[in-house]
Design a protein. Structure first.
Length: 124
């Protein structure tokens, strides 16, 4: 399983279509993380000002229609992630049927991502 972070409004905007974030058009892939700890580090590094609620999609990469390649972060991993950690990059839209669970990012009193909580929302 891999994880992808997305504001809830973006994920829910067009539920009848595969999800294609801006990074797919801009960079050629959908950014994902290999585990919860890495996902929280990514949220704290890049999503501090993102609209909330912020979701983490738990994706079964074997059910994706697009290839998933594992690559090193460029130029470096975010703080708290070990050098050499590989990140899954999905080379096409995310098939909603591949999303096993939708988790919600929990925040601590300092406004940092502290964990992921289950959600009643399904993948699609």
């Amino acid at each position: 399983m891999i994880l992808h972070v997305v504001p809830a409004a973006e994920w829910e905007a067009d539920p009848g279509r595969p999800y294609a974030p801006d990074s797919l058009a801009r960079e050629g892939f959908v950014h994902c993380s290999p585990d919860e700890r890495t996902t929280l580090a990514v949220v704290n590094a890049f999503y501090g000002d993102a609209p909330r609620p912020l979701l983490a999609l738990l994706i079964d990469e074997t059910r994706l229609g697009a290839p998933c390649v594992w690559e090193a972060a460029e130029p470096a991993p975010p703080p708290g992630v070990a050098e050499g950690t590989l990140f899954p990059h999905v080379l096409g839209p995310l098939d909603r049927e591949a999303v096993e669970r939708v988790l919600v990012v929990r925040w601590d009193d300092q406004g940092r991502a502290a964990g992921l909580a289950g959600s009643a929302r399904g993948g699609g």
